[in-house]
Design a protein around this ligand. Structure first.
Ligand code: ATP
Ligand code: MN
Length: 527
């Protein structure tokens, strides 16, 4: 790395360049800069500042040829002009010029045929630590000849004062210029923008090469059987893919090409709110030296209080995947045998496990359903439904049906079984019932992965018409059909129909005649 490379992107009078520092050096900088505290177990803990989550409304793509012909413009993919991008690039350059900078070179994508080289430039040491944890760390020989395919300028200390004049959403900006292979960030320090920003780019590049990119976790059994776990935030991708009996491929972002499945990342990003060492020992024990905790509350001599959500519910830890003993070293595996769609249904309507037909799989993939529980306001117990296509619409630059088409083709080609697993509520909706235990969910998943579920007899539920096993191993059969688990059957029927109507309403946007209509395979009220 030399100064010319930074000057080429317009940075002037750069001070020291901290290029690809080791973990030890980074942590030393974090401590000296006053950015972090050390925990008793040797992990570093930082506060991410005003933002403890991403700012999706501040994300824009530059409107120029040819990418603008592929991008599905709308609320998720907003347009910004090249002129405004240039103005904000200038603000970012001014912010970073004259400073000491951390420059981190990484790969995204474990497969040689699909990987991209990404360079992150930032003023903040912990952000460099975060991307080192999350992305694939190149070998020294690869660093020597590293040439960036894409560059991220993180000027988080700069804000856009002219956002109103520019017609943007706020003083925060997360802007992508695909043709210039550059992303600029201002106004937010949150590391998730760096992770999910590059994920968005992978979701642009790969499908245009005929490869599927996916918001899912993945692991592989001893017999080489790969499983994918799709799901929106909080549904259990990280928790459930981290399994001592199966090698972890990755916990969040993967590609699927003609050779199989590969991780985009080299690390995991686990939620730590209420983290319990007994039910999630692998994640708990991964929080040690080199792991980076975010927004947790500490007490005593570097003890972490995982139950404390004072700073945010979204407390997190990033760690290199090597912190999970049973991981797949090459971060790749063959074509999946099983695909599991995870949903945290706070309405308590969807069964803990159901087997989907191919058509149902397409319907539930495009619906991308989960539910959020209401905030902490007293007396409010109604859950809210979230529909996010392909279980990750916020990160999809192309139209969701592009990803669905690729998935459908691959399911057919490789004869993949698809299941829907509800990690949410049972025995009543949020406020009445309770969240499914991790143990019950794991039992359902084990029955899928060892194939024993195939020997079950199945019932078909009303309205959603889902195939649910009548019995399954040691699981209490009362919970397998959600209606049986509810005390108040009338309330169940009413809640089920309410949820069904929300599915039907949401799906209308895909019934435009341009795409195969999978609505007949979704819920039908009164059936
Ligand atoms: P993100 O996309 O934000 O990373 P994720 O899908 O990886 O989200 P997890 O980090 O696995 O979600 O979060 C699931 C959370 O729900 C964990 O905190 C876990 O402890 C908790 N949980 C409670 N019950 C269950 C269950 N039955 N199955 C899975 N997770 C559960
Ligand atoms: Mn996760």
């Amino acid at each position: 790395m030399n100064l010319t490379e930074l000057e080429e992107i317009g940075l002037k009078n750069v001070g020291k360049i901290y290029h690809n520092l080791s973990y030890k050096e980074l942590i030393k900088h974090e401590l000296e800069n006053g950015e972090c505290k050390l925990t008793k177990k040797g992990a570093t803990a930082v506060d991410t500042g005003v933002f403890t989550g991403r700012s999706p409304k501040d994300k824009y793509f530059v409107d120029r040829d040819p990418s603008n012909r592929y991008i599905a413009w709308g609320d998720v993919n907003q347009k910004v002009s090249a002129e405004i991008f240039d103005e904000l690039l200038e603000i970012s350059r001014e912010q970073l010029s004259g400073k000491d900078l951390y420059v981190t070179d990484v790969f995204c994508g474990a497969s040689a045929a699909s990987k991209r080289s990404v360079r992150f430039i930032t003023e903040i040491a912990w952000q460099s630590h975060f991307v080192k944890n999350m992305f694939i760390r190149p070998e020294p020989s690869e660093l020597e000849k590293f040439s960036a395919d894409f560059t991220v300028l993180n000027a988080c200390k700069a804000v856009n004062d002219k956002w109103k004049e520019h017609g943007l959403h706020s003083e925060v900006f997360v802007l992508f210029d695909i043709e210039r292979s550059m992303c600029i960030i201002g106004g937010t320090w949150y590391g998730g923008e760096l992770k999910k920003g590059i994920f968005s780019m992978m979701n642009y590049w790969l499908p245009l090469e005929g490869k599927l990119s996916m918001h899912c976790s993945a692991n592989v059994g001893e017999k080489g059987d790969t499983a994918l776990f799709f799901g929106l935030s909080g549904t259990g991708k990280t928790t459930l893919s981290t399994d001592p009996h199966r090698a972890l491929i990755g916990d969040d972002e993967h590609g699927w090409d003609d050779y199989g499945v590969f991780n985009f990342e080299g690390g995991c990003y686990a939620k730590v709110i209420n983290l319990d060492g007994k039910s999630e020992p692998e994640i708990y024990n991964a929080i040690r030296e080199d792991a980076l905790l975010e927004n947790v509350v500490m007490y005593g001599e570097g003890e972490v209080d995982y139950e404390d959500s004072t700073k945010t519910e979204n407390t997190r830890v990033s760690y290199p995947i090597e912190h999970i003993d049973n991981h797949k070293e090459d971060l790749m595996a063959g074509h999946p045998e099983n695909i599991i769609f995870l949903t945290a249904d706070a309405f308590g309507v969807l069964p803990p496990v159901s087997k989907l037909t191919k058509e149902q799989a397409m319907y539930y993939f495009l619906s991308g359903y989960t539910a959020k529980v209401a905030g902490t306001e007293r007396g409010i117990t109604e859950p809210t439904a979230t529909f996010s296509a392909c279980f990750g619409e916020a990160f999809l630059p192309l139209h969701p049906t592009e990803y669905a088409k690729l998935l459908g083709k691959k399911i057919d080609e490789h004869n993949v079984n698809v299941y829907l697993v509800n990690t949410g509520w049972t025995g009543g909706k949020y406020g009445v019932g309770h969240r499914m235990s991790i143990k019950d969910t794991r039992d359902c998943i084990n029955a899928i992965l060892d194939g024993s579920i195939q020997n079950s007899e199945f019932d078909i539920t009303k309205t959603f018409r889902l195939h649910v096993p009548k019995t399954l191993g040691d699981i209490n059969p009362e919970i397998l059909n959600p209606r049986n688990a509810w005390v108040d059957k009338d309330d169940f029927d009413k809640t089920r129909d309410t949820l069904a109507k929300m599915f039907i309403e949401n799906y209308k946007k895909y019934q435009d005649g341009d795409h195969p209509d999978y609505a007949p395979f979704g819920p039908i009220v009164g059936s």
